[in-house]
Write a protein that binds this ligand. Structure first.
Ligand SMILES: Cc1cc2nc3c(=O)[nH]c(=O)nc-3n(C[C@H](O)[C@H](O)[C@H](O)COP(=O)(O)OP(=O)(O)OC[C@H]3O[C@@H](n4cnc5c(N)ncnc54)[C@H](O)[C@@H]3O)c2cc1C
Length: 337
């Protein structure tokens, strides 16, 4: 285990932004994590916990320690007639986990196929896609409290999951390092085809009674056709959250724009941010090497040599334009550092 100085982060963020960390280290075990923190005293100084770097935008060099979470391994910790309880260490690749569960015929995570990143980061924004959120199959997680060095187990309720949101983005922000997550998986999977695009993809393939293998394959096909592959074009997936507005605001918006794309939400009406950006005429828009993706307006991309500050400038422009056109505010989903 090494602590490396002046370390390039370009390969450690899916935007492919060039930025340097003053110090960089990888923790393959919790003991290594504790050792590095003691050696560098990093929890008392500027530091950043890094997973797969797929939800992060570096806008400048990082003047502190970046610790990459690399704890691997998973095990079944309990089982009942209908469920398997799988504990997964934070450094496991998310999609490898989903693939493994599908191979075992354990249902629950298949709609979340092909989301980049690591398992330890998945509860932070309660990752979601195609009608399922992480919280739907979450049991608990174990985290290290940075200040006290104590481990704490969090239940689903304590995680306060919301739409792309949790305790770890609010009151608990920057206070904990997630070490492992335990999932509840179904031995007799309940198939979720509530998301219209997924149902349509299955229908297109003539699949009327899909199993979890079919769901995973269909989700992967849709994602590959719609979303840019970060290996080819740097990006961090959806740059903004879909804004949730109240019924009064929605009434005004839908009267002016009857084709507005929206979904019911427990806190109001969720508006498709991609629609707002596209209808602002910004799909495919470029500001140097920073751009709005041609197929998916919600995804901002790095065409080669964009700096983090270029992406931020573009995001600001989009935010102003959407506010001016529709009176709706956009909030970044990506963590800007
Ligand atoms: C092409 C593409 C498609 C995407 N599609 C989706 C999607 O459909 N749905 C969705 O929800 N997201 C999506 N994302 C966003 C992203 O994949 C998720 O947010 C993912 O969970 C981020 O994981 P990561 O390991 O890369 O996190 P990172 O980007 O490394 O970190 C994200 C945040 O979590 C913190 N963090 C990381 N690990 C830990 C830890 N162990 N303990 C404490 N804090 C930690 C970091 O400090 C940072 O603040 C997509 C991204 C891309 C590039």
């Amino acid at each position: 285990m090494q602590i490396i100085e002046n370390f390039s982060l370009q390969e450690y963020n899916t935007f492919g932004i060039q930025a340097y960390a003053k110090f960089f280290a990888q923790a393959g075990t919790t003991d290594e994590l504790l050792y590095i923190s003691q050696q560098t005293g990093m929890f008392k100084k500027p530091h950043l916990v890094l997973g797969g770097g797929s939800n992060i935008l570096f806008t400048k060099d990082f003047d502190g320690t970046i610790i990459k979470i690399s704890m691997r391994g998973m095990e079944v910790v309990d089982e009942s007639a209908s469920n398997v309880y799988l504990n997964v260490n934070a450094g496991e690749n998310w999609d490898d986990l989903v693939e493994y569960c599908v191979q075992q015929s354990w249902g629950g995570l298949e709609n979340l196929s092909l989301i980049p990143g690591q398992t330890g980061s998945s509860p932070i924004q309660n990752i979601g896609a195609y009608g399922v959120e992480l919280k739907d199959h979450f049991h608990s997680l174990e985290a290290l409290h940075k200040q006290s060095g104590q481990k704490k187990t969090f239940t689903a309720q304590e995680c306060k999951f919301g739409y792309r949101d949790s305790f770890f983005k609010r009151e608990g922000r920057d206070q904990y390092i997630i070490l492992s997550v335990t999932f509840i998986l179904d031995k007799e999977p309940a198939i979720n085809t509530s998301y219209a695009a997924l149902a349509a993809e299955l229908q297109k393939g003539g699949i009327t009674q899909p199993d979890i293998h079919d769901i995973r394959e269909a989700v992967i096909r849709i994602r590959r056709s719609k979303l840019p592959d970060p290996v080819a074009i740097g990006n961090a997936g959806s740059f903004f959250k879909n804004p949730v507005i109240n019924t009064e605001q929605y009434k005004r918006l839908s009267e002016a724009f009857p084709d507005v794309v929206s979904y019911p939400d427990k806190n109001g009406i969720k508006i498709a941010a991609g629609w707002l950006i596209e209808r602002s005429g910004l799909k495919g828009y470029r500001l140097g090497d920073a751009g709005v993706h041609e197929k998916q307006a919600l995804v901002l991309v790095n065409y080669g040599n964009a700096k983090g500050s270029d992406i931020v400038k573009l995001a600001e422009m989009i935010r102003c334009s959407v506010m001016e056109n529709f009176g709706v505010g956009l909030e970044a989903e990506v963590n800007i550092v």
